[in-house]
Design a protein around this ligand. Structure first.
Ligand SMILES: [Zn+2]
Length: 146
């Protein structure tokens, strides 16, 4: 796992992290969701007032579970980062999360806040806060040389 040193690498890592659980297949009807965007578009909230998003952060690392209903009515769970996932993919995903987090912290972002916003993106939501930070860091890094 290369260390993240530039804002471009960070952004690429963020995209990889967000897409890691896809494609996802409904075990009931066989429908395939290609990306997190696809998943959120084609599935429905279990109840309108509930996002279905459960983000937990503890000493073992981040965990995000996203519950949505498939068009067939079956409830789907997307595990974006699971601390129970001991596979190589699970480990590299957690490492990537830490890399992304570390990069933000090195650029002066509050760690707890950064975690919350990263978890949002991991779960397929859009984080305007994260996008604003990204723009700030990018602008700082792109100083003209004179
Ligand atoms: Zn289905």
């Amino acid at each position: 796992m290369p260390s993240i040193t530039s804002h471009d690498a960070w952004f690429a890592g963020l995209k990889a992290l967000a897409n890691d659980d896809f494609p996802k297949r409904c075990r009931n009807c066989g429908r395939v969701f290609a990306s997190e965007g696809d998943y959120f578009q084609q599935t429905q909230a279990i109840r309108p007032e509930i996002t279905g998003l459960k983000a937990v952060v503890d000493e073992d690392g981040p965990l995000v579970e996203v519950f949505r209903n498939c068009v067939c009515g079956s409830t789907l769970l997307v595990n974006c980062i699971s601390r129970r996932d001991d596979s190589a993919a699970g480990h590299s995903r957690r490492r990537l999360f830490d890399e992304l987090l570390g990069y933000l912290v090195r650029h002066g972002i509050d760690r707890a806040q950064a975690r919350i916003e990263l978890l949002r993106v991991v779960a397929g939501e859009r984080s305007e806060v994260l996008e604003a930070w990204y723009a700030q860091i990018a602008a700082r890094g792109a100083k003209p040389e004179d």
